[in-house]
Design a protein around this ligand. Structure first.
Ligand code: DON
Length: 531
């Protein structure tokens, strides 16, 4: 079974499974297909994380997060007075991190794949070369890009041969992307990081004020890292360690709620929302203080942050009648991106992949070379841009995530696998910037604690609190006005949002050996496909 943000990509993955591929093969092929069919987040110009668990319950992870280029500096987004040039870390060629996706998919395949690499890249070439029918969503993007101030590459991205935006239902062909993918098919990782593609990337950067060089590209390596793990009432949680903050925060939060007796706290009650908000507030404070790229932060207290004792201490400090105060002198909010994509895969033997990758914002930097046909990320915006300066608005300046050459920026992506009796049980993840951590956390609770079927666990009301700004965000048509009022009386600052999370999950029922997949209804083109 494959669950992804695009039905064609899920089909590609399922076809690979049917043809003898394992979960890694299917994830790689699905990811390449998403780079063609879901270009707002599916990518070869971005980065991400993959958690792999084989059917025996052994977990590992692949970190293919983007890196700061060698020429990056901690003050590269500041003016002469040391103030952040607003937006500069998210726009333009300097916002682009050294892409990691191709290296990550290649490493995953080399270590754990079964089918030949070429077989996994080929379907994406087919889709790019022969075109795909443009969905309603993408046709909407095509129209709006064409009519608005965007980088030229994005304005033209969906154009047909007449230079007009491709319409809904028309076939959209990507010849240049197909050519780039062919080089990757034939040369593996080197097809991207060396040779014609790399020199065109470097030339593009030079011509557009970027700082990524051939050296940055040839030095990029994806890294296999030990999964971060924890337990919740007999289940085991395996997730992404730093440079993602996701796994640490999810385990810390689960450890905290384990202290509470959730049997006496009904789902969606005032007490439930209050407890979760307070747990989130604490985990996000710890995230900001401690987490960053492990290769640059050698003494992160990961064991302590994920220990039961630490959670007990944090939990005991919750006031069950009143909202706590977020200390705004210490932490703040980083700018949030809008698009990322998650895929969950399981094969017939029970090997599982949970993978999230991104360009950061929807369509990343919106920049790309017309010769190469793919979009570059704007992931440099995930670093703390102004060292030492944190305010109650949106800036955060804590040390672990300051820009340094070759450092990976802190992420919230949380591809996660939960096991029961040592076997994959729940494969889950989501886009949504920092809300990812909380929506994955709540979906796990919904399944384990509130016994919801996966499709329901994904859909029901979610909340988000990230320490600062001190806001309790909720899905406004899913929380009763009475609950909202009660929470306000406890001192919470409520902010309604249309939607939180776009979860893609698989539940493995151990009794009947049936896989149940669900793609969030907020994903217009997503699909769970099994056979
Ligand atoms: O790595 C991160 O946490 C962000 N760049 C992810 C961005 C994101 O999820 C936007 N998606 N909706």
């Amino acid at each position: 079974m494959v669950v992804s943000d695009n039905a064609l990509a899920s089909k590609v993955g399922t076809a690979i499974l049917k043809n003898g591929g394992n979960a890694i093969d299917a994830a790689v092929a699905t990811a390449f297909a998403l780079a063609v069919t879901h270009p707002q987040a599916g990518n070869i110009g971005g980065g991400g994380f993959l958690v792999y668990m084989n059917s025996d319950g052994n977990a590992t992870t692949i970190d293919f997060r983007e890196k700061a280029p060698l020429l990056a500096t901690s003050d590269m987004f500041l003016d002469e007075d040391g103030e952040l040039i607003r937006g500069s870390n998210h726009y333009g060629a300097k916002s682009i991190g050294v892409p990691g996706t191709v290296a990550g998919l290649y490493l995953a395949h080399q270590k754990y794949g079964l089918l030949p690499w070429k077989v996994l890249v080929q379907p994406s070439i087919y889709l790019a070369e022969n075109g795909v029918e443009l969905s309603w969503t993408l046709a909407g993007h095509a129209k709006s890009f064409n009519a608005s101030a965007q980088p030229q590459f994005l304005r033209d991205y969906y154009d047909n041969e007449e230079g007009e935006p491709t319409q809904f239902g028309e076939v959209w062909v990507q010849k240049e992307l197909a050519n780039t993918l062919k080089l990757i098919r034939d040369n593996g990782k080197d097809g991207f990081y060396k040779g014609a593609v790399a020199s065109e990337i470097a030339a593009f950067m030079k011509a557009n004020g970027g700082i990524i060089t051939m050296e940055d590209l040839s030095k990029y390596e994806a890294i296999e890292r030990e999964a971060i793990s924890g337990t919740y009432k007999g289940y085991e949680i395996f997730s992404m360690p730093p440079p993602s903050s996701g796994g640490v925060a999810i385990i810390e939060m689960l450890n905290m709620v384990e202290q509470a007796n959730l049997d006496t706290i009904p789902f969606n009650s005032t007490n439930y929302v209050h407890l979760l908000a307070e747990v989130m507030r604490r985990a996000f404070a710890d995230r900001a203080e401690h987490l960053g790229d492990p290769d640059f932060n050698l003494n992160m207290p990961l064991k302590r942050l994920t220990s039961k004792e630490f959670a007990k201490m944090r939990y005991n400090n919750i006031d069950f009648k009143h909202a706590s105060v977020s200390d705004s002198s210490k932490f703040g909010q980083i700018y949030e991106g809008e698009n990322t994509t998650h895929l969950s895969v399981i094969d017939k033997d029970g090997n599982a992949v949970s993978m999230t990758y991104t360009l950061e914002q929807s369509y990343g930097s919106g920049l790309g070379s017309s010769k190469l046909g793919f979009i570059f990320n704007n992931e440099m915006g995930d670093f703390n841009p102004q060292p030492g300066y944190t305010n109650s608005g949106w800036l955060i300046g804590t040390d672990p995530n300051i820009i340094e050459p070759e450092k990976r920026m802190l992420s919230s992506m949380s591809p996660t696998i939960v096991t029961k009796n040592g076997k994959p049980y729940l494969i889950i993840g989501s886009p949504g910037g920092r809300t990812i951590i909380n929506t994955v956390f709540q979906t796990i609770l919904n399944v384990i604690e509130y016994d919801m079927p996966i499709e329901r666990a994904i859909e029901v009301m979610k909340i988000h609190h990230q320490w600062l700004p001190d806001e309790l965000i909720f899905e406004y048509d899913l929380m009763s006005p009475d609950t909202q009022k009660a929470l306000e009386q406890m001192g919470h600052n409520l902010q309604g949002r249309q939607n939180l999370g776009r979860l893609m999950g698989i539940l493995c029922t151990s009794e009947s050996n049936v896989y149940i997949g669900a793609s969030d209804s907020s994903s217009p083109d997503g699909a769970a496909i099994g056979y």
